[in-house]
Design a protein around this ligand. Structure first.
Ligand code: ADP
Ligand code: MG
Length: 685
């Protein structure tokens, strides 16, 4: 029933359905699990005299005269002025002519919005309007704010969810009673209802805990079943050590660090051993993981085998491909015939590459998900490496493992998680840690500032560009989104173009662009044809432009520290002094204190843990700690206790009923299948 399309809800037609599809919601079940991104706490109205520019607030006001309307039918502005004790507040609405007749003379309303000071006047633009009764109702509950796209509002999503919640029994409880009791978990329908429309923060916490548990639990069940299928497999690709890799290491423009050397030995030993390699290499940003991947590929190739390096974005694929080709050329290893295979490879090129992979001429391939599409057949794929692996799902890994004899698997990750958690999350992998950064790197200089500092920051960026360097500016949002008080890439790019001289090329990059556009922009940035790149966190994943020396992050308070640390890792990769400017969009002290941790440490593990300590466990509405693992609601740092609990529960359950065949586990098995099928639950391991 929950697989029914959205259109089965009242008031949702083709147009709205398309909007929902843009955020990945096409079925009723997906809607149900489209959890709010955050919650809005509506506060009591304040007096107009107490209104402060730059803040969001609600004011109460009586309509003493009809609002005035300017402009024409297509472009109208409604103006209304509220006065209280001689303080005036102007309200303006654009293109909402119907409001004029809605706002009744003599009646009182609550207006809510962000207050700004414009030419000495207090202005509230596009405020929400409530009757007094309706506003009372809003205050009493936390209001959900959803991830949106243009044309879709939180109200629309909320309305659809409410209709769904009211109209039918949603899920049958699938978690066995015993597991729920042992872990103190609330019932599933209660959790779903409260996650969308919490009665109070306590209920929200209960609901969240249940959904977090489920997400970890299903993830771990899926992974352990995968592990059971792939465990203790003999190495079908016997490999001998070769001189070539030693020579390549000798020829590198830098000596490998001790940590890199140690991990390389571990990889080499695994590949030579008689059981299949399954290893995770964990190393902070900039610790030099890529070169180890290349060495492993060269080792495979010298033994006559194929290897594939899979990465989450085309941009990264192309970059790795170019560095690999350079390395092969320098060492006269062009015979490996490395190829790049991504979504934007032309059909003709693809056919050619498929042929070369099938007959074994091509021994190295780098690419995105395109590597595991059905049509790809390998001659003797002996090694699969996933870089920044967390974005690859259980399904993709299974798919690759099914292409011939199970290959050796190497997984690279920069996510700084403690060993105990890594063992749970990557249960089937041995773990290597690169715990040392290459020497001779200048430490990055950081500052945490407020928005007043922007003009200085822009001047600073301009000077860096004049010295030949480049800069990233990160905004949390792609486009303006109702209810979200945060900078967005599109508007910011415009503003920055005005703030910087015309000679500086400012372009933007975000996840909603076509892959080919993203490539183009990223390549231009790598060639320094673009000097300032305004972007969402898509650049977080592994991109390497050593000439970039400034990382400016807007609304830094909206990112987890671990994520900010990853972003910071995009600079300081070359010989130049690099700088990070974290701009705080809010003025509260706690945020400042949190961000200050980044000033004092360059250690990813430590940063994530300090952040958690400062927030405490009650911090529900806060930012996610890490954008890495694509869990819909769970956060590996914040919810580490729940992860441990889910791991114990999964272990116990599978010990009793490995196939989940017992009749009392039927619902659970079905829920697990739904979980693995849901795209946004396609979590990497
Ligand atoms: P990450 O671990 O974040 O993937 P990369 O592999 O992209 O890091 O390496 C970051 C940069 O450091 C690259 O430009 C790479 O060539 C360089 N690098 C790697 N190892 C060393 C080393 N031992 N000494 C100096 N530079 C190195
Ligand atoms: Mg990397």
């Amino acid at each position: 029933m929950n697989d029914e399309p959205l259109r089965s809800l009242k008031g949702i037609g083709e147009k709205t359905e398309k909007l929902f599809a843009k955020v990945g919601v096409t079925t009723l079940r997906q809607l149900l699990h489209y959890y709010p991104r955050e919650y809005d706490q509506y506060t009591s109205p304040v007096s107009i005299a107490a209104v402060r520019p730059g803040t969001k607030c609600a004011v109460r006001g009586m309509i003493t005269h009809s609002p005035s309307v300017k402009g024409n039918q297509r472009k109208s502005v409604i103006l209304l002025e509220l006065t209280e004790n001689h303080v005036r507040l102007q309200l303006t609405w654009f293109n909402m002519p119907f409001l004029r007749s809605t706002l009744k003379k003599g009646a009182s309303y609550v207006f809510r919005g962000k207050v700004q000071e414009k030419s000495g006047r207090l202005v509230m633009e596009q405020p929400e309007v409530f009757t007094l009764g309706a506003y009372e109702e809003m205050i009493s509950h936390l209001q959900p704010v959803y991830g949106l796209t243009k044309g879709l509002t939180s109200k629309m999503v909320g309305k659809a969810v409410r209709q769904l919640l009211e109209s039918r029994a949603l899920e049958q409880e699938y978690l066995p009673e015993e597991i729920r009791e042992e872990n103190g978990l609330c019932e599933i329908n209660f959790a779903l209802e409260q996650i969308h429309f919490p009665d109070n923060p306590d209920m929200l916490q209960k609901a969240r805990r249940r959904l977090v548990f489920d997400e970890f639990f299903f993830f771990l069940l899926a992974m352990r079943r995968l592990k059971a299928q792939t465990e203790d497999i003999p190495n079908a690709f016997p490999i001998q050590a070769v001189w070539t890799t030693e020579e390549v290491i000798e020829n590198l423009p830098f000596p490998l660090t001790n940590a890199q050397m140690r991990v390389w030995n571990e990889i080499e030993n695994d590949m030579k051993s008689c059981s299949r390699m399954a290893r995770l290499v964990q190393g902070d940003v900039g610790s030099g993981k890529t070169v180890l991947a290349f060495l492993a590929m060269i080792l495979a190739s010298e033994n006559g085998y194929q290897s594939a390096l899979m990465v989450p974005t085309e941009v990264l694929a192309r970059q790795h491909y170019e560095s690999l080709c350079r390395l092969l050329e320098e060492n006269h290893l062009e015979a490996c015939a490395a190829r790049l295979l991504t979504g934007s490879t032309t059909a003709k090129e693809k056919r050619q590459i498929y042929r070369e992979l099938a007959d074994g001429t091509c021994r190295m391939v780098i690419g995105t998900h395109a590597l595991i599409q059905e049509k790809v057949r390998y001659h003797n794929l002996a090694l699969v490496i996933t870089d920044e692996q967390h974005r690859f799902g259980v399904r993709q890994r299974t798919a690759l493992a099914e292409k011939g004899e199970p290959p050796n698997v190497l997984v690279m990750s920069a996510t700084p998680i403690p060993r105990t958690l890594a063992i749970i999350l990557y249960g089937d992998l041995s773990i290597s840690v690169i715990d040392e950064l290459p020497a001779k790197r200048l430490p990055i200089k950081n500052c945490v500032v407020n928005t007043n500092y922007r003009p200085n920051a822009y001047r600073f960026i301009q000077r860096q560009v004049e010295q030949g360097r480049q800069a990233y500016v990160i905004c949390p949002m792609v486009e303006e989104s109702e209810g979200m008080d945060a900078e967005n890439v599109l508007d910011y790019t415009e503003r920055l173009r005005h703030a910087l001289p015309d000679t500086i090329c400012v372009r933007y990059l975000h996840g909603k662009m076509k892959p080919s556009e993203k490539n183009e922009i990223m390549e231009q940035f790598a060639r320094n044809e673009i000097q300032v790149l305004v972007s969402t966190t898509v650049v977080e994943v592994g991109v390497n432009v050593p000439n970039a020396t400034v990382m400016m992050v807007e609304n830094a308070e909206r990112f987890g520290l671990a994520q900010l640390h990853q972003l910071r890792g995009r600079v300081g990769r070359g010989e130049y002094q690099s700088y990070c400017i974290f701009v705080q969009g809010t003025s509260d002290e706690a945020t400042g204190k949190r961000l200050d941790i980044l000033n004092h440490s360059n250690d990813g593990f430590l940063i994530a843990n300090e952040d958690l300590k400062l927030r405490g466990s009650g911090d529900l509405l806060g930012t996610r700690q890490s954008g890495d693992m694509e869990f819909a609601i769970a956060d590996i740092f914040r919810d580490s206790e729940e992860l441990v609990r889910a791991s114990q529960a999964a272990g116990k359950l599978l010990a009793e009923d490995p196939e989940l065949k017992a009749p009392e586990h039927t619902l659970l098995r079905e829920a697990l299948e739904d979980f693995t099928a849901l795209s946004h639950h396609d979590i990497g391991i």
